[in-house]
Structures are given as structure tokens and as C-alpha cells.
Design a binder for this molecule. Structure first.
Ligand code: PHE
Length: 501
């Protein structure tokens, strides 16, 4: 009556072997029933009412075809028997077909030829005859099947394998439970207490109560806990790469930036298309930035208007109002710029620096399967004396190889703040094409010199998105499955940690 015994013992005996499906079904449902029965036995064992041991026994029964061979002989033996004893005589294939049936003749012929019991008649076309000298045959297959029928198995394992392959026998597994009375044997199942309660202590009923045993082997319910989002898991891997390469993390907790840090300090002209409402989110309130370092602002305005440091500048009137406007930062290069400026100002003068950041940026873009209006940028800058384009390329090769990405290609590109600028491509084996994986460049003197960085100091920088490698890592095709309200929390909880490469 145990509710766990969802499977009832199949009624009636084992079906006859002719109906192979029924035999299979019988054993399947019996296996399920055995499982359910074992559950009940385990439960009784935990109450110490019984002890039990499991034994199983593998045996075989002939299948429908196997039974008919056991009864009538194998096809090859039937063919041999159907032929005249005189090996010179033989019988026509048509006659044999009528006598044995087409299937038996076909299978029997192949096997009897192989066993050299039967041959093609030497002179009469389409006649089969016995092989001369073969006056008696032993029908091993039929004998074996008879033995399986009687004993449930054969001593020769190779023969068992062969008969199973030919689907002449079916394996069956019988499970036996030998059950003995346990120390607390009883014919009634007592309700077991799971808790020791105040009432039991007060009334004294605890003395006679039966307690359920702890199951120390039970798997506990997974505790509810937080889980890192896949983006954060991949970010962790990037951080480790940067730390391993001696980088320091930049503080990026400023989603709102002035146009000064986001664009002007980077020598992006105030008329540049990136500053359009189409591309950038502007902040209405507060209306403008609190403070911008005045002397530095003056040098930035000067380089935009008139140039300097070997540049002619853009030759337009620099607007103070524009520079003070607030935007949601469109790239983390706004942070890099502020940091490079800070480095130039540090007491004791400039010291070489390797900095990185991984954080959110915002762009007023049309949202589709791979783009949202916000994403994460992974960005690094290296500032030192005499850095060259060769350093940039070599550096990218080392950086990306740590993610398992080798064979890079570089393509000239344009950023207002870098010259030269290089787009970085890698060969995507899945897509079978070169895909862009990052943007980089050598920062312009028009950007670095007004900051106060000494002559001879060059800075290389690069950026890439965190979303793209994350989507590739987790096999996600739609960004909405990674970010936003459609994300599966369960998927986040189960997402495996990421290890590069
Ligand atoms: N800011 C660039 C971008 O958004 C990345 C970049 C960073 C390029 C540093 C060059 C130098 O794509």
C-alpha cells in the first residue's frame, strides 16, 4: 500500500516468447516494479523492521524466431533436410521456395553455403544440392536455443552474444530480494516521529516514541543563494588577465560624465556626429557639470581651436556650454582620460602606468538581437616613455592570447583621439570568417600634451565589449537572453564559471 509503489507488479505470468514486444514490456514493467519494491524495502530497513540483500540473475529466453528455430531447426538445417540425400540430385529453387518459404530459403541458403552443407548444383541451373560427403549435420543453433529454453543460458559466452545479435534470444534480469526480520520487526508500520517536541517531553511520550532515523546520505535541498551573472563571470576572467599583466583597475563609478571628459579632453570636435542625440543620451538635470579643471580646460579649448604640439587644431570656436553638458558616458575612455590627466598631475611627476576598466557604457542605439542601449566595455591603457605602434600590436597579441584568441589581424581605422587607430580582427572558426574583436590606437599628442604628460610619453589604448565574448562563451545568440527582464534566473544560477582560454 506504500504510495511509492507507483508501479504494480505485472499480473499473470511471463508472456510467451512469440510476442517479443509483450515480453519486453513485461520485463520493463517488472524492473520498475522491482525499483518501487526496493524503495519500500529501504524504508522498512531504515525502521530496522527488516534487513535485506539483493541478488540478481541474468538469464535468457528464446525470442519468437528463436523458439521456432528450436522447434523446427535452423533455416540452413531445414534447407539441408529438404534436399535429396543424393548429392547429385538436388532440387530447384522454385520447389524449395514452395516447400520452405522465401525467407527461410534466403537465410538458409546463405548460412548453408557458408557452412559448406549446400552448394549450387554443378550442372542444373537454379538447382541446389547437398555438398557431397556431408551425410549428416549438427544443427548447433537449434541445439543452443533448445538449451537456452531449458537452462536459461549457455556456458559459451560468445554464443550468447551471437544469438543476441541475431535477435534469437532476449536477455532477462531477475532480481531477488532475500529479506529477514530486523531487530524491530513488526507486522504493523508505526508512524515515526520526526521531531522531539515540548509536548513529548512534558508528557513523557518521548520514552516510547519511535523516531525516524536521520538519512545522512540524502542530498540536501540546494540552498538559495546569489549567483554571479554570466557577464560578471567573464568580467572576473578579464580582471584576472589584467592583474596578471600588472594592471591597476580604474574607478568607473561615474555613469554620468561631462562632455568635457567624454569627448573634449579626447580631442573629439564639438561638432562630431557621436555627440548627436541619435547616438548619445543627454542628461537634463542637473543641467551642467559641477567643475572642470580650469587651466586644463583652457589648454583643451586652445588645442581644439588653434592646435599646438604640431597640430593645426580644428579651427572652430570652442563652446564652454557644450563642454559642461552632461551625458551618460558613451565609452569608458572618458574614465581613462580623467585617469591619465590625474597621473600627469601626481606629485613627483609622471610615472609609467598600466590601467584597465570594465564597466557599463550607454549609447542611444536601435535595439536588436545583438545591441542594447547599454553594454560593458573592457578597456586598457598603457602609458610610458617611447611606446610605439609595435608595442600596441605586440601587446594586443599577448592580451588576446590569454583569452585563447590567436592569429590577430589589424586594420587601419579612425578614432578622433588615436593616431594610428587599429581595429583588431580574429578568425572565428565557427563563423568561418574574420570578426572584429576590438578597437585600439596610440593616443594623439593633441589629447596627451594638454594633460601635462611629459614629452616622450606615449599612451596606447584599446577597448572591446564584454557582451560579445560572453555571448560566444555561453552560446547565447540574443542579447535579451543575457541582459534584461527576459533573462532566465535559473540559467544565471546554473551558468558555469568561465576559464580562458
Ligand atoms: N573608445 C573606443 C571605443 O569605444 C575604444 C578605444 C579605447 C579605442 C582606447 C582606442 C583607445 O570603441
Amino acid at each position: 500500500d506504500d504510495t511509492r509503489a507507483l508501479w504494480t507488479k505485472p499480473s499473470g505470468g511471463e508472456p510467451a516468447g512469440e510476442d517479443e514486444k509483450a515480453v519486453e514490456e513485461y520485463f520493463r514493467s517488472r524492473a520498475n516494479w522491482q525499483l518501487a519494491l526496493q524503495g519500500v524495502l529501504n524504508s522498512l530497513t531504515s525502521r530496522e523492521m527488516i534487513t535485506y540483500k539483493v541478488q540478481d540473475e541474468i538469464s535468457f529466453v528464446p525470442s519468437g524466431e528463436g523458439r521456432s528455430i528450436a522447434k523446427l531447426g535452423s533455416q540452413e538445417a531445414r534447407l539441408w533436410s529438404a534436399l535429396p540425400a543424393d548429392s547429385e540430385q538436388g532440387k530447384s529453387a522454385d520447389d524449395l521456395k514452395t516447400a520452405l518459404g522465401a525467407d527461410t530459403l534466403k537465410i538458409g541458403q546463405g548460412k548453408a553455403f557458408a557452412k559448406k552443407w549446400v552448394r549450387k548444383h554443378p550442372s542444373q541451373p537454379n538447382f541446389l544440392a547437398r555438398v557431397p560427403g556431408v551425410d549428416a549435420i549438427t544443427d548447433e543453433t537449434a541445439n543452443d536455443l533448445k538449451q537456452v529454453q531449458e537452462k536459461g543460458t549457455l556456458s559459451d559466452n560468445a554464443k550468447i552474444t551471437e544469438l543476441r545479435k541475431r535477435k534469437l534470444i532476449i536477455q532477462r534480469k531477475l532480481v531477488y530480494f532475500s529479506i529477514a526480520k530486523g531487530p524491530k520487526f513488526s507486522l504493523k508500520v508505526e508512524k515515526l516521529e520526526t521531531d522531539l517536541t515540548v509536548e513529548m517531553l512534558q508528557s513523557g511520550s518521548w520514552k516510547s516514541a519511535a523516531f525516524k532515523q536521520y538519512n545522512f546520505n540524502a542530498e540536501g535541498a540546494p540552498p538559495t543563494s546569489g549567483a554571479l551573472h554570466p557577464l560578471l563571470k567573464v568580467r572576473e576572467e578579464f580582471r584576472n588577465i589584467f592583474f596578471e599583466m600588472g594592471f591597476t583597475e580604474m574607478p568607473t563609478n561615474r555613469f554620468v560624465e561631462s562632455e568635457f571628459w567624454c569627448f573634449d579632453s579626447l580631442f573629439v570636435p564639438q561638432q562630431h556626429a557621436a555627440r548627436d542625440v541619435q547616438d548619445t543620451f543627454f542628461v537634463k538635470d542637473p543641467p551642467r557639470a559641477k567643475a572642470i579643471p580650469e587651466d586644463y580646460l583652457a589648454r583643451v579649448a586652445e588645442v581644439h581651436e588653434k592646435g599646438g604640439y604640431g597640430s593645426t587644431g580644428y579651427r572652430y570656436p570652442f563652446s564652454r556650454q557644450v563642454t559642461e553638458r552632461l551625458v551618460l558616458r558613451t565609452h569608458t575612455t572618458a574614465v581613462s582620460s580623467a585617469m591619465l590627466y590625474a597621473i600627469a598631475q601626481q606629485p613627483g611627476g609622471f610615472k609609467p602606468a598600466k590601467l584597465f576598466s570594465i564597466d557599463r557604457v550607454f549609447r542611444n542605439e536601435a535595439v536588436d538581437a545583438t545591441h542594447l542601449a547599454e553594454f560593458h566595455q573592457v578597456e586598457g591603457v598603457v602609458a610610458d616613455y617611447n611606446i610605439t605602434l609595435g608595442d600596441l600590436i605586440g601587446f594586443m597579441q599577448i592580451f588576446f592570447s590569454k583569452m585563447g584568441v590567436t592569429d590577430l589581424r589589424f586594420k587601419p581605422a579612425y578614432n578622433p583621439y588615436t593616431e594610428p587607430s587599429l581595429e583588431i580582427f580574429s578568425y572565428h572558426k565557427g563563423l568561418k570568417k574574420w570578426v572584429e574583436i576590438g578597437n585600439s590606437g596610440m593616443f594623439r599628442p593633441e589629447m596627451l600634451r594638454p594633460m601635462g604628460l611629459p614629452e616622450g610619453v606615449n599612451v596606447l589604448g584599446w577597448g572591446l565589449s564584454l557582451e560579445r565574448p560572453t555571448m560566444i562563451r555561453y552560446g547565447i545568440n540574443n542579447i535579451r537572453e543575457l541582459v534584461g527582464h527576459k533573462v532566465s534566473i535559473e540559467g544565471v544560477e546554473r551558468a558555469a564559471a568561465v576559464r580562458f582560454p
